[in-house]
Structures are given as C-alpha cells and as structure tokens.
Design a protein around this ligand. Structure first.
Ligand code: SAM
Ligand code: SF4
Length: 330
C-alpha cells in the first residue's frame, strides 16, 4: 500500500488518455477549443500500460479512464482490455461524455469495466446544446439507456453552474427516482481553459443541498465511503442516490486517495497542482522502473495537505487557474 506524507493511503489513479474532445462544455473549454498537444507529446498506450502496471505493483488498485473524451482515442477498447490483465488492478472505471459510447456498452460490460460515470448537465436538449455547444443530447441519452439496459453501474455527473443549469437540478434528481443511478452534482471549478476564474461558490454544497431539500424535505444522509468525494443522500422511494461533490470548496482533501496522470504524462498529486513531474520524459529518457518508482514515492512524500495549500504552491500562483479540465481529467 502507498501512503503520502500525511498518512493518507493512495490507491486510485485517474488516467487522462487524451486532451481531445468533441464537445465544448463551457465550464471546461472555450468555444474555439484549446490548443491540443502534438500527438507525439501524448503518452502512448505502451507508456500508460507500463505506468499502470508499475503503480498496480505498488498498491494502486483502482484506475479511472478519463480525458478529454476517452473514446476519441483510437484503439481504446484494446487498451482497456490490456489494462484489465494487470495483476493488482481491481477496478477499471470510465468517465465519458457518452457521445461515442452508445453501441460499446455491452462490450465494456463483457470485458469487465466496473462502472461508468456519464456527464450530463441537463435533461433539456436545448440547454444541453447551450452548455456543451454541440447537438449531442439524443446520443448521450442513448448511452444512458444502454448503460442501464446492460446493468452497468452508472453515475451521472452534473456540473452546477450559477445562472446556467440551476433549473436542471431537480429534473436530474428525479432521474434517480426510477433509475438505479447515482446522480452527482459537482461544484464548478475554475478549469475552463480560458484563464478566467469562473469558479463560483454561489452554488456550493450547502446551496445545492438546500435547493434539493426544498423540493424533497424527506431526503436522508447516507454514510459516505472512506475516500468518497461526494456527500451522499437518499430520497425514500427512489431507486438511485444523490451525491454532491464539493470540488471547489475542497471539503474532501483530508481523505484524498488519488493521483492523476495527464495526457502529456505529468503526474499530479492534487487536482489543483500544475504537475509535480513529467513521467513521460523520464520514461523517454530511458528511466527504469526503479527510477519511476523513486520519483513517484518522492512526489507522494511531498504532497500538500489540501487543495488550498497546493494552489499556493503553484508555479503560477497569483494568476487565475487557466488550464482546461480536458488536460487534467477531472
Ligand atoms: N469528457 C469526459 C466527460 O466529460 O465525462 C471525461 C473528461 S471530463 C474533464 C471529466 C469530468 O470533469 C466531467 O464529469 C466534467 O463534467 C468534469 N468537469 C469538467 N470541467 C469542470 C469544471 N470546470 N468544474 C467541475 N467539473 C468539471
Ligand atoms: Fe469534453 Fe468532458 Fe470537457 Fe465536456 S467536460 S468539453 S465532454 S472533456
């Protein structure tokens, strides 16, 4: 088992396999998109597989594939199958916008993907278009139904945006009435690729909860798992659950069990850091597994206690957080 310098167990890697995306969610990217990395700057599948194998040997037993949009990368299914062969890896999960996932779900289930998080910020086609700047609502809903039809454990991720989709909160909560899904509301973070700090606390965890409580006063708190990022709730009679992720308020740092690898191979030990070392460069300079392990352990030995401390330590401290979430993986 891996531990950081604050005694937190680290067993979870979020692996962003590409920075490319076919949507333009305005909380993540500007309308014109972001400057994508040159292809050769992306970690190759072989480099990612080697890294996951090494980390699994050290105690990382859960990996989430994210991006950008993971299914834009060619050969994704083969890659997932290869990862699933790695000893020590117990859970392989995916976060997707669902635009390219319809049709793939039976295979994802068959190869052993444990769960899928589907991003869905609105149940209204027009509002979905205004948020994502693309007309893909129907396809994403097709993916949603395919996930449920195939009994794939599914969570819905909705970023709560002041003045944009507050009217969507209750319809999304109601999705959990008839469907066994975890609907999670995420505080908007300032990672929209524009350099303009749009992260807003106007709709933070307490406001989101109060809003839901005003419609469903019978809502009940559930016990949260040891490293849960969401505060979880149940509404009597509902098949699914409700979660709220205080990502901007950073209320979960004390039990954070995760590290991140960006598409360009930067290791991040906190969502709010600007990368602690470039693992891809180390690999391409001929680094052995021993070198990689040493670098990883050193990074975990220097982890900030929370996202606020991390932000103060950024090279660019004082400037707005400018990167797109598509380059981080969420
Ligand atoms: N493209 C995939 C998707 O949208 O599910 C995977 C990558 S996306 C960056 C991962 C998660 O980050 C999504 O659930 C998305 O809603 C969330 N996200 C993106 N930008 C965010 C922001 N500024 N604040 C909060 N969550 C954000
Ligand atoms: Fe693409 Fe996901 Fe970012 Fe939306 S949140 S632009 S789907 S990477």
């Amino acid at each position: 088992m891996l531990y950081d310098n604050h005694g937190r167990p680290i067993n979870y890697l979020r692996l962003a396999v590409t920075d490319r995306c076919n949507l333009r969610c305005f909380y993540c990217m500007p309308a014109k998109g972001i400057d994508y990395l040159p292809r050769k700057e992306l970690l190759t599948y072989e480099e990612m597989e080697r890294t996951v194998r090494l980390m699994a040997g050290l105690g990382i037993n859960k990996v989430r594939i994210t991006g950008g949009e993971p299914f834009l990368r060619k050969g994704m299914m083969d890659f997932l199958e290869r990862l699933l062969q790695i000893d020590g890896l117990e859970k392989l999960n995916i976060t997707t916008n669902g635009t390219l996932t319809a049709g793939l779900v039976p295979k994802l289930k068959a190869i052993g993907i444990n769960s899928v998080n589907l991003s869905l910020d609105s149940l209204d086609a027009q509002r979905f278009f205004e948020i994502t700047r693309r007309d893909s609502f129907g396809t994403v809903m097709q993916t949603f139904h395919e996930l449920l039809d195939n009994d794939m454990p599914t969570k819905i991720n909705c970023v709560v945006m002041n003045g944009r989709n507050i009217g969507d909160i209750i319809p999304l909560v109601e999705l959990a009435k008839g469907h066994p899904v975890g609907v999670r509301f995420i505080e908007e973070m300032p990672f929209n690729g524009s350099g303009e700090n749009s992260g807003s606390t106007a709709w933070a965890y307490p406001q989101i909860l109060q809003h839901i409580q005003s419609y469903f006063p019978e809502i009940q708190k559930l016990e949260d798992g040891p490293s849960s990022t969401s505060f979880n709730y149940k509404i009597p009679g509902f098949k699914g659950t409700i979660g709220i992720i205080a990502a901007y308020s950073r209320l979960f740092c004390g039990t954070c069990n995760r590290i991140r690898l960006t598409p360009q191979g930067m290791l991040k030990t906190c969502l709010y850091d600007d990368g602690v070392f470039n693992l891809k460069n180390l690999i391409r300079e001929g680094g052995t597994d021993g070198h990689l392990k040493t670098a990883l352990l050193e990074a975990l030995g220097n982890r900030a206690k929370d996202g606020f401390e991390t932000e103060r330590k950024r090279n660019s401290f004082g400037l707005p957080l400018g990167e797109s979430m598509a380059t981080i993986g969420g």
